[in-house]
Design a protein around this ligand. Structure first.
Ligand code: ARG
Length: 580
């Protein structure tokens, strides 16, 4: 609807340009908003306010001219001028009914594909493999996964990239520790990477001989020593399977095939530095190879360096990311590179993007975006820690989520069989953790709180999952399939209208999630939708409706609500349950 309305307005602008009311050389961006107050209509635009100056007229007069120039259509029931020159639109009821029917019939629930599908390369999760995944790895994995799902749904080709950190000095220490252990003992120790890492770190800090050996091994590893490579590969394999377990539990769609590790770029790193040198961008600073970009300055106003090679010859995080940009553009043929990485790496990515363009590694029109996110905080307002004060392993956190959900399910629904309880607890536990994260503004920090995320009230996973089962129970009771209803939509009660108006907004919301990489838009929408259904359900009897026509229409509203909730949750990576 929004797109159609935009097109109508664009036609009105063109018409006024032809008449000479508006200058011909402008191409204004048409912005349509949803008025906060429904009585102001369905959409509002400030177009007349924006264009009054170039038109040399006053906004209200221009608003009138724009309305008069709108092409004949069946979409707009009313267009009114408000305040200094806003135009408010009321969408016609016929149009609403048509869209509802289309969404009901459509496998994509009325969500249109993008006009220009792109190859979108999405870098997410990307943990360092030296340690097990911890709570700090939660956000990238689940936000990145949700946006990847949405982009795919909209018709883009999504290429997932798990840019795991599998190289660097820490591995020397891990290899030295592996060397000291053998066979079974080694396998045992590796089954807990967290303690393995700590044990290696202890040895490193306490024994100078061990530390020397660790440093030797880094050198050996980097020069391709076979025994080192074998040990390293063993470690990486164990660590990657840990990650995979976490992804599978979380319903994150990453697989081993999506892993493109830092070490995969090793061979290209000397070339990256060489190419920068040829471009005349390299400066040697205290033995290190750097690029100084005027765009990024410190407090003293001096350009900040991007270091691409250390004085000893080693390469850095930035060097690998430059190589990765090239690979993503040239080999993966990406049009848009997205990065879901902690906000604190913002400067790093801005430097990489700027430098990649400057050095000609990235085409001018390659789109690159870093979508940062805030920190998961404890109730004490500091980064979330385990009760013992250490970092919380993600696997332990998910165990805890499932255990808490199980207790909840047992108290709420003791009639379910043990297996059913376990199954429900799994879905509720995991989705509560995911949803609590996704429903917050990506860029803010948020407080990780079991009680609120597992609550059946408010914008939470349990609330939405329960709302879904409630809608589905209508069909169980009626003994009909939600997807095989025949009647037509008729909207009379204001609660029916409110629900219908929300249902047809799904398209717009899903597109906005992709455009801004903001999954919380979708969460907020689904929460509103569940609320609108609940008001409708209380006020408008479905199975006991006054006549069959009304009953069929209400069943269809319920069916479309269920379909929209299910699809919306799936886009967020959240499974639904038929009962709970
Ligand atoms: N491994 C890095 C870390 O844990 C994140 C990598 C993100 N992706 C990238 N292309 N730099 O901080």
């Amino acid at each position: 609807m929004k797109e159609q309305l935009e097109q109508l307005l664009a036609a009105a602008v063109a018409q006024l340009q032809e008449q000479g009311t508006l200058p011909a050389d402008i191409s204004p961006r048409i912005q349509l908003d949803r008025p906060r107050d429904k009585s102001h209509g369905d959409f509002a635009t400030n177009l007349a306010l924006m264009l009054a100056k170039p038109a040399g007229t006053n906004p209200r007069a221009l608003a009138e001219a724009l309305i008069a120039a709108l092409p004949e259509n069946s979409l707009i029931a009313e267009a009114n001028i408000a305040g200094p020159g806003f135009i408010n639109f009321v969408i016609s009821q016929d149009q609403l009914l048509e869209q509802l029917e289309a969404a009901y019939q459509d496998a994509q629930v009325g969500v249109s594909a993008v006009d220009q599908p792109q190859r979108v390369v999405i870098d997410y999760s990307s943990p360092n493999l030296a340690k097990e995944m911890h709570v700090g790895h939660l956000r990238s994995a689940i936000i990145g996964d949700a946006v990847a799902r949405v982009c795919e749904f909209l018709g883009h080709t999504v290429i997932r990239q798990n840019h795991v950190g599998d190289w660097g000095t820490q591995f020397g220490m891990l290899l030295a520790h592996m060397e000291e252990l053998e066979g079974n003992e080694l396998a045992m120790e590796l089954s807990n990477l967290e303690t393995f890492y700590k044990a290696a770190k202890n040895r490193f800090d306490e024994s100078p001989e061990f530390a020397d050996r660790a440093r030797e091994l880094v050198v050996a590893l980097q020069s391709g020593d076979e025994k080192c490579l074998r040990l390293w590969q063993q470690f990486i394999d164990v660590s990657l399977s840990h990650c995979q377990e976490v992804y599978d539990r979380l319903g994150v769609k990453l697989t081993r095939e999506d892993v493109m590790a830092e070490s995969a770029y090793n061979d290209d790193l000397p070339q990256v530095v060489e190419d920068l040198r040829e471009q005349g961008l390299l400066v040697e600073d205290q033995g290190a190879q750097c690029v100084f970009l005027e765009e990024f300055k410190n407090k003293e106003g001096e350009a900040l360096p991007v270091i691409v090679q250390k004085s000893g010859g080693g390469y850095l995080y930035a060097t690998t990311d430059l190589a990765a940009v090239r690979y993503r553009q040239n080999v993966l043929k990406g049009d848009h590179l997205m990065y879901f990485v902690d906000q604190r790496q913002g400067l790093h990515f801005q430097q990489i993007f700027t430098l990649a363009k400057k050095a000609g590694f990235a085409r001018d029109d390659l789109q690159m975006d870093h979508y940062g996110f805030g920190t998961v905080m404890g109730k004490d307002g500091r980064p979330y820690k385990s009760r013992e004060g250490g970092v919380t392993k993600l696997a332990d956190l998910l165990d805890q989520a499932e255990a808490r959900a199980l207790a909840l399910v047992q108290s709420k629904n003791p009639d379910l069989s043990m297996e059913e309880q376990a199954q429900v607890a799994k879905v509720v536990g995991i989705s509560s953790v995911k949803y609590a994260d996704l429903s917050k503004n990506r860029t803010s920090d948020y407080i990780f709180d079991w009680d609120t995320m597992l609550s059946f009230e408010g914008n939470t996973a349990p609330y939405l999952l329960y709302a879904y089962t409630r809608v589905m129970s209508v069909f169980n009771k009626a003994g009909v399939q939600p997807d095989s209803l025949t009647g037509e939509f008729v909207l009379e009660d204001e609660r029916e209208l409110a629900l219908a108006n929300l249902l047809v907004r799904f398209n717009e919301v899903v597109h906005s999630v992709a455009n801004k990489a903001m999954p919380h838009f979708l969460c907020g929408y689904l929460f509103d939708l569940a609320g609108a259904f609940s008001s409708f359900y209380e006020a408008c009897p479905i199975l006991q409706a006054e006549d069959d026509m009304v009953k069929q229409s209400r069943l269809k509203l319920a069916a479309l609500t269920a379909k929209t909730l299910r699809q919306g949750l799936e886009l967020l990576g959240i499974e639904t349950l038929d009962k709970m």
